[in-house]
Design a binder for this molecule. Sequence first.
Ligand SMILES: Cc1cc2nc3c(=O)[nH]c(=O)nc-3n(C[C@H](O)[C@H](O)[C@H](O)COP(=O)(O)O)c2cc1C
Length: 319
Amino acid sequence: MSKLPPVLQKLGLPVIGSPLFIISNPKLVIEQCKAGVVGSMPALNARPAEQLEDWLAEITETLAAWDKANPDRPSAPFAINQIVHKSNDRLDHDMQVCAKYKVPIVITSLGAREDVNQAVHSWGGVVLHDIINNKFAHKAVEKGADGLIAVATGAGGHAGVKSPFALIQEIRQWFDGPLALSGSIASGGAILAAQAMGADFAYIGSAFIATHEARAQEAYKQAIVDCNSDDIVYSNLFTGVHGNYLAPSIRAAGLDPENLPESDPSKMNFGGDAKKAWKDIWGCGQGIGAISEITSTAELVQRFKREYAQARERLSVSV
Ligand SMILES: Cc1cc2nc3c(=O)[nH]c(=O)nc-3n(C[C@H](O)[C@H](O)[C@H](O)COP(=O)(O)O)c2cc1C
């Protein structure tokens, strides 16, 4: 296990609720943090841009009040996700708002940027950068990221193709900083497995879509409950970057999930058009076979905690 910055040391469970385009919102983030796991959301989910300030005020004030009332169960820190790709024309504005609220953790995606990392450090924040291979992991750390999120095969949204074992083993050869593992984690046993492999945190997205607080249509939440890994399709058609999606949503859009054309990577876009694509085509990882009901966020984290304790117990008995 690596040396962690103080902000990441006292979680109720070693879990980061990952940012979910369109879906994450202050309600979900607040419930994740109150339950003891890092809650996060993409800055771009606040639309128009001015809404980001209201959302950060709501999150920080609600969590401060919670901490005051529950000194024995303080909330976990929250994170804001910044898409640092050049198509994000809100980055400067959104970073200024994050600076004003001294956001404790910033998760950067789609390109590592030294200036963004320095800005976060200037207010005492921590940067976690997501990567899909060891080469990008090196680049991110060279540019000043404090920690890494290894996005393995089977992750929801933009996903890599590497086995989680390969990724974590390679990264742990040279990196002893904070490391989260992303991809198909949806049970307490899998959280413990991520730690056993050498990660510090499990990074969990799709499981949180099937919660009352997630901002997703009921049909999407129900599809997470009803589907399993056979229903997940890996394609670059929708954003120009490969990702995992639910086949039923692709069929509903009039496309054949088994015969999708390749997209042109030069058309990569994470602005307004991306919002249109992600509204109808539902991003999802392969781990949803472990989700059997729509629950509150608090109940989901409670289940993870129970299973995590059971898995630890099982291991301690069997060795
Ligand atoms: C619907 C959806 C939207 C996502 N949006 C984002 C995003 O805006 N920014 C980001 O960094 N990652 C995004 N991700 C990826 C997640 O942060 C994370 O890597 C992934 O959900 C983990 O795999 P899992 O879904 O199998 O748990 C998204 C994933 C999903 C399923």
